[in-house]
Design a protein around this ligand. Structure first.
Ligand code: ZN
Length: 144
């Protein structure tokens, strides 16, 4: 059996250890008892971002966006739908670059939306520009 996976709760940020075989069985957080995956992207500020990126054993697909960005707002429903398709094999997260400006700067986000995949604290891939749901799902395949 596979080693337990570390999963960061999207509700309370507790780090959970979940046996790999239970990943697809709707695991709940040991601390707050809410589902570890609920089919929705998690909105992360700077502090939460570091924890989720560093401690999650499943890849994290991050949408760097801003409220004033038209293409970002247009992509939001596609990103939401992609969360339902990709969970629990990936975590989808949104970072509002207006609020997390230091984070966006440290990661060299020059245009939005920018999509990036992280695993084990490392960035694996990045792409600027909006994608639809099918493109997001396809783009993630190598990292699942
Ligand atoms: Zn929790």
């Amino acid at each position: 059996m596979a080693d337990p996976l570390h999963l960061v709760c999207p509700h309370c940020d507790a780090v959970n250890r979940v046996p790999g075989a239970r990943l697809t069985q709707g695991p709940a957080c040991g601390k707050c008892h809410r589902p570890l995956f609920d089919g929705h992207p998690v909105a992360l500020d700077e502090a939460r971002f570091e924890r989720h990126i560093a401690r999650s054993d499943v890849p994290v697909l991050v949408d760097f966006w801003a409220p004033w960005c038209g293409p970002c707002r247009m992509m939001a429903p596609a990103f939401e739908a992609a969360a339902a398709r990709l969970e629990p094999n990936a975590r989808l997260a949104k970072v509002n670059t207006e609020e997390a400006q230091g984070l966006a700067m440290r990661h060299g986000i020059r245009s939005i939306p920018t999509l990036a995949v992280f695993r084990g604290g490392r960035e694996l891939a990045r792409q600027a520009g909006a994608m639809d749901t099918a493109q997001l799902v396809r783009w993630m395949q190598p990292y699942l």
